[in-house]
Design a protein around this ligand. Structure first.
Ligand code: CUA
Length: 330
């Protein structure tokens, strides 16, 4: 197996594209600061030496009154400002890059709870180790069952809070086969320090082996419990809660050939929705969750007559199933 090299003498090995970008920014800012600090110290020492008090030299004769030098003042302001703009650009562009999932990224759901990590792969496989395939883009959807945790992989230079009641995201492509670790970076109780999971970055063959051996442990849902996928369960919840009466069959936004009472749901996922207050919101996992729990929080333009009750009794698992179903509607 290929061994990953530390990306610098200060940092752990870099094992994902996100790490490379963070390290580039980090190293640039670090060496930039070293060079300037060294220059300032060197000039200070030089002046201390050059203008020190010497016998036979009257201090008044060397002192000259300075007058306002406008050009110099402007230079002092403009040059450091340009430096700051360059540093900001370096950091911010990496941040944006790391916050955006690549097209076709594999989605893995990460459930944090006191005190373990649970990873759920497309197709229903679950594990307490994070298995990834090298050079494949991933999007992780983080949620927490109890308190705030923080998902941290030092080798990927990634850290994001997992907050109860909402979803957060990280996106990356692992670049080196090998092992890394997920740590919890937010104090969450007695066993916070033991909240560690292995990350296995595998070759395509190894990853296929993992998926095959872990077996598709299908999700069990509903009462009475039956084997199902999130999408299927979501569909049954959509029927059971009569969502179709206002959103149309399969969320197509139509009832009896006319515009339905509630907005269309099919095909909205990941797209910006125009809201009644003139703003817009991206229809992601958080948007759908909020719309189910608090229907009036964001009102779609043209649907101001909100009659939907808040479905506050739905569990996190049920909400995830409904989100999976709405995602699947085209
Ligand atoms: Cu979970 Cu600290």
């Amino acid at each position: 197996m290929m061994q990953s090299e530390p990306s610098s003498w200060q940092l752990p090995p870099a094992m994902a594209d996100t790490a490379t970008r963070v390290d580039d920014a980090y190293n640039f800012i670090f060496w930039f600061s070293v060079v300037f600090a060294a220059a300032v110290i060197a000039i200070t020492l030089l002046f201390v030496l050059k203008y020190r008090r010497r016998s036979g030299v009257k201090s008044e004769s060397t002192a000259r009154h300075t007058k306002l030098e406008t050009k110099l003042e402007i230079l002092w302001i403009v040059v450091p400002t340009l430096f700051i703009v360059v540093l900001f650009h370096k950091g911010f562009s990496s941040y944006i890059h790391n916050a955006t999932a690549a097209e076709g990224a594999t989605e893995i759901r990460v459930h944090a709870k006191k005190w373990s990590w649970d990873f759920e792969y497309p197709g229903g496989a679950r594990s307490n180790e994070l298995h990834l395939e090298v050079n494949k883009p991933y999007k992780l959807i983080l949620s927490s069952d109890d308190v705030i945790h923080s998902f941290y992989i030092p080798e990927f230079r990634l850290k994001r809070d997992a907050v109860p009641g909402q979803y957060s995201f990280v996106a990356f492509t692992p670049t080196v086969p090998g092992e890394a670790h997920v740590l919890c970076a937010e104090y969450c109780g007695t066993n916070h320090s033991a909240m560690i999971a292995d990350v296995k970055i595998e070759t395509p063959e190894q990853h296929q082996e993992f998926l095959a051996s872990s077996g598709k442990k299908p999700k069990v849902c509903g009462t009475p419990p039956v084997e199902c996928t999130d999408e299927k369960w979501g569909e049954s919840l959509f029927q059971k809660n009569a969502c179709f009466t206002c959103h149309g069959n399969a969320g197509d936004g139509m009832t009896g050939g006319a515009k339905s009472l509630g907005p269309k749901l099919a095909g909205i996922f990941g797209k910006p929705q125009s809201l009644a207050d003139g703003t817009s919101a991206n229809a992601d996992e958080n948007y759908i969750r909020e719309s189910i729990l608090k229907p009036s929080a964001k009102i779609v333009a043209g649907y101001t007559n909100v009659q939907m009750p808040p479905f506050a009794s739905l569990t996190d698992d049920q909400l995830e199933a409904i989100i999976a179903y709405i995602k699947s509607l085209k």
